[in-house]
Design a protein around this ligand. Structure first.
Ligand SMILES: C[S@@+](CC[C@H](N)C(=O)[O-])C[C@H]1O[C@@H](n2cnc3c(N)ncnc32)[C@H](O)[C@@H]1O
Length: 577
């Protein structure tokens, strides 16, 4: 073990280091708005030089893939196919050199290109939101304050963590794994560019990857994919139940893939191993998060916890608050250390400031109240959590808004108006509604066809759905999209109920509520609030008003308050359970 250099270059003494090993640091970061956009995004767009995934794959090959970071194995068939398909693309040598230079200087032009080329909705299906470089650097710096025999980068994406490690220690063995073959190609290329000498990139599912035995101390560093439980393949759920049994924890059926990554890591670590993970922060307080909290306290040796404020947006394109944990397997200190970090500049995973008994974490059903040291939670006895009076559901995810959302004029022209309902399609509509949201002639419509409809009886509808079943402009049919292909029939969006109250939660703003008297349906840009008891219109209107009144007083003693922790829970629909 060495004393080391923190994210901000602060030298830690051996004493600091040892005290860190015994404690858990809890921090609450308030302001991360200054997190920069993806590195070298301009490089991607300039002149549209890398304007397809195939050209991106070719660029990766020219940077050193596929022979780099271990030859492609027979399992890596998809990578091989990408390499073959890309062979015909020609990329100017200066572009290759530009990319190499940018990577060496700490950028990730390949990952930025992938994010620019692949729509967010597709990346969401893979949980692929890459980590901003300031956070990557802080996490890698913490990891490398330890003397390691290898680094494991699960869900490596374009290899941001692996590259940050290899830039500092090119000889350190690295295993980077991702299911996305283009991502692993990019990781190979990035590691080649930074001169990693001992890296192995594997295209595989992390949950079932058997890591080679290593007697030394491994460091795990990850931004596990955030894929919600409804979108997990059945195999992953079965794996989780079995893995939970092996570890003596019971898995909630509501666990997302990020929880399963924690589980896989807990299965593979040995005493002394360390880790640093960034995830959505919602597991701090939700029911399914219990398994992560248990694993961190009982098995992984939680050492520090940094939570970004709910108003901040650590991931420009994912809109979710984030939590960074560090852990040292086998840590048993009685006290844990907590701290407040107010700005990104002061985020330093290696500095210890406030402490709390580890047992309090073990006992607490929610962790975010423990983080609010300077702003105590309201007395819960004086508050009614929103979930006691209402169910909160996210709006409808269509998988293709360009197909399912229509202007009124278009719906009428295509003869689809009878199948459409006025909809809230942007969060801003709620924010600017002033507490009551209405239908207007400009409002867009959602194509919400009931499941039992025999489409052949309605030629206009049938023609439109048939159009969605064909490829257009080189794009695959809407019916083959990720969500559509999982629905039966693909065009049935499920029961679409108009919520009596709608709520929008946006970064840097208190949530806003609006009474919805005209029965607008809601896309997944916001949440719908459905009172558990039958409420007449006056009471619903009153509830919406109370929620809006309480939004700025979220920590004061109002009768009915909206607490940011509840908002996070609401984001996963957990309040409904
Ligand atoms: C949130 S991204 C993080 C990427 C990168 N580590 C970073 O921080 O920039 C999660 C990555 O996990 C990958 N992934 C999703 N499911 C996976 C699985 N079962 N096994 C391995 N990787 C997976 C996605 O393809 C995506 O690249």
């Amino acid at each position: 073990m060495s004393s080391g250099v923190s994210a901000r270059g602060v030298q830690l003494s051996l004493l600091d280091y040892l005290s860190m090993e015994k404690n858990v640091v809890l921090t609450h970061a308030h302001d991360v708005a200054q997190i920069e956009p993806p590195v070298a995004a301009d490089w991607t767009h300039e002149g549209r030089r890398i304007d397809s995934e195939r050209r991106l794959a070719r660029l990766a090959c020219l940077l050193g893939t596929p022979d780099y970071s271990g030859p492609l194995s027979s399992d890596e068939r998809d990578e091989r196919r990408l390499v073959t398909e890309a062979q015909g693309e020609s990329i100017a040598p200066y572009l290759v050199e530009d990319a190499r230079q940018a990577i060496r200087e700490g950028g990730d032009p390949l990952g930025a290109a992938l994010c620019a080329l692949r729509p967010a909705i597709e990346r969401r299906a893979d949980g692929a939101f890459y980590t901003p470089s300031a956070i990557v650097e802080a996490m890698a710096a913490w990891l490398l304050t330890h003397s390691l025999s290898r680094v494991v980068d699960p869900g490596c994406g374009s290899g941001r963590f692996a590259a940050a490690v290899a830039r500092k220690q090119p000889d350190l063995p690295i295993i980077a794994v991702d299911t996305d073959p283009l991502a692993t190609l990019l990781t190979r290329a990035t590691l080649a560019a930074v001169g990693a000498r001992n890296a192995r990139v594997v295209q595989h599912d992390y949950l079932t990857l058997a890591l080679p035995y290593d007697p030394g101390r491994a460091g795990y560093i990850a931004n596990p994919p955030y894929i919600r439980h409804h979108d997990l393949p059945a195999g992953a759920k079965e794996w989780a139940v079995a893995a939970g049994k092996r570890l003596g924890v019971s898995m909630s059926g509501l666990s997302g893939l990020h929880a399963l990554f924690y589980l896989a890591t807990a299965l593979s670590v040995r005493p002394g191993d360390i880790g640093c993970f960034i995830t959505s922060a919602e597991w701090l307080d939700t029911g399914y998060g219990e398994v992560i909290r248990r694993l961190l306290v009982d098995k992984l040796g939680l050492q520090t916890l940094n939570v970004f404020d709910a108003r901040a947006v650590p991931f420009a394109d994912a809109m979710t608050p984030a939590a960074i944990t560090t852990f040292v397997v086998g840590t048993e200190g009685e006290h844990v250390t907590i701290d407040a970090v107010d700005t990104m500049e002061s985020l330093d995973l290696g500095v210890v400031k406030r402490t709390i008994e580890r047992g309090r974490l073990a006992d607490a059903r929610r962790w975010s109240p423990l983080l609010r040291h300077d702003d105590p939670l309201p007395d819960n006895s004086a508050l009614t959590p929103l979930r006691m009076v209402a169910r909160v559901h996210r709006g409808v995810a269509t998988g293709s808004n360009s197909f399912f959302v229509l202007t009124r004029e278009r719906a009428e022209r295509l003869g689809l108006a009878p199948w459409c309902r006025p909809a809230i399609t942007r969060a801003e509509e709620i924010l600017s509604a002033g507490g009551v949201i209405h239908d207007t002639p400009q409002r867009r419509l959602l194509l919400a066809v009931p499941t039992g409809v025999d489409r052949r009886v309605y030629p206009a509808l049938d023609a439109y759905l048939a159009w969605g079943e064909q490829a257009h402009d080189g794009k695959p049919p809407v019916a083959h999209g990720y969500l559509a292909s999982r629905r039966k029939p693909w065009w049935y969006l499920g029961p679409v109920a108009a919520p009596p109250i709608v709520a929008s939660y946006m970064a840097r703003q208190a949530p806003a509520f609006a009474y919805n008297p005209d029965g607008l349906v809601l896309l997944n840009v916001a949440h719908g609030i459905h009172p558990r008891q039958p409420f007449d219109d006056t009471r619903v209107r009153g509830l919406a008003r109370q929620l809006n009144d309480a939004r700025h007083l979220s920590r004061s003693r109002t009768h009915l308050s909206w607490w940011p922790g509840e908002v996070r829970a609401a984001r996963d629909g957990e309040l409904a359970h």
